[in-house]
Ligand binder design. Structure first.
Ligand SMILES: [Zn+2]
Length: 307
């Protein structure tokens, strides 16, 4: 979703491709309307169900018109979708994006952006891509998938438009929630962009974790409490040694028993790479699916500040 996992040249190519799409759409105001993107690119969207594979067979049957393995391929597509627990597909032959209809609605926009990414990145578009929770995860480091996620973020947040508006807003959940509504994206993806894009020169981290008081809220599939550790460029440079576990320890220490909305505000200390103690303002918010925490550098701890 960031440039992480995406090469510099590839990122530049993808930026240009998205910029062209937005310009062809007349540089629209947020939120980006995906039906307009599909119309421009000649893509179509369908929803399939593994209980009713008609749509998959339909696509597969059409694949066989141009294909050679007439009977094997339709079976393979249905089987692949079931076995690999796929959430979505990009089918180049028919320029079709297929989304599993059982995937919760709020996730569809990100998935669609990801599949549009596959369809417009020149070195992707000939492949039939299957996507699951792993490849659609913004932290996926497999190059091809990181590129599709980068394309999705570039599009759904209208490139620099989001960063500009984010800079006019305070780094706090109220503002993030407002920007999420304005750009039509989820709170979590907006939170992510806010940490990375608002001001890369400010040392800021974000965490998506379990709620320490209610581990059933936000734990990963294996029960691990830490889902994402998101860092601005300046945080990576000056606090690169801070581990996700160390950052999570601050959350564990401060979490209240509030289950939704604001969970805590706190001032905590982390050392920078020069071993100077630095104060960070922490703000934590529970959206009932996970705990989201912002950690923002405030100042060198007074005793360490140079006079
Ligand atoms: Zn993908």
């Amino acid at each position: 979703m960031s440039g992480e996992g995406v090469g510099d040249y590839e990122a530049e190519d993808i930026r240009k491709i998205v910029s062209r799409i937005l310009s062809d759409l007349g540089n629209p105001e947020p939120p980006l309307k995906l039906p307009e993107v599909r119309a421009l690119l000649g893509l179509n969207l369908g929803y399939y169900s593994t209980a009713n594979t008609t749509l998959l067979q339909d696509v597969a049957a059409r694949l066989t018109v141009a294909g050679k393995q007439i009977l094997a391929r339709p079976m393979l597509l249905v089987e692949a979708v079931t076995k690999a627990k796929l959430s979505a597909l990009w089918v180049p032959d028919t320029k079709r994006i297929l989304i599993d209809e059982t995937v919760p609605k709020p996730k569809h926009r990100w998935i669609e952006g990801h599949e549009v990414g596959h369809s417009v990145i020149p070195w992707h578009r000939e492949f039939l891509f299957g996507d699951n929770e792993f490849t659609l995860d913004p932290a996926c480091h497999a190059a091809i998938e990181a590129e599709a996620n980068f394309g999705a973020a570039q599009m759904l947040f209208l490139q620099n438009r989001f960063a500009q508006e984010a800079r006019d807003s305070a780094l706090e959940f109220k503002a993030i929630s407002g920007l999420a509504k304005r750009f039509g994206n989820t709170l979590t993806t907006t939170f992510w962009r806010m940490i990375e894009d608002r001001d890369p020169n400010a040392a800021v981290f974000g965490m998506v974790t379990a709620h320490p008081r209610y581990p059933e809220i936000g734990s990963g599939d294996n029960g691990e409490p830490i889902r994402y550790f998101i860092r601005s460029r300046a945080f990576r440079e000056k606090f690169g040694h801070v581990t996700p576990e160390a950052a999570f320890a601050l959350i564990e220490r401060n979490a209240t028993h509030k289950k939704r909305g604001p969970v805590f505000d706190a001032l905590e200390v982390l050392s920078n790479s020069n071993r100077e103690a630095c104060e960070f303002q922490l703000e934590s918010f529970c959206n009932t699916h996970a705990l989201l925490t912002i950690g923002m550098f405030v100042r060198l701890k007074p005793a360490f500040a140079r006079t």
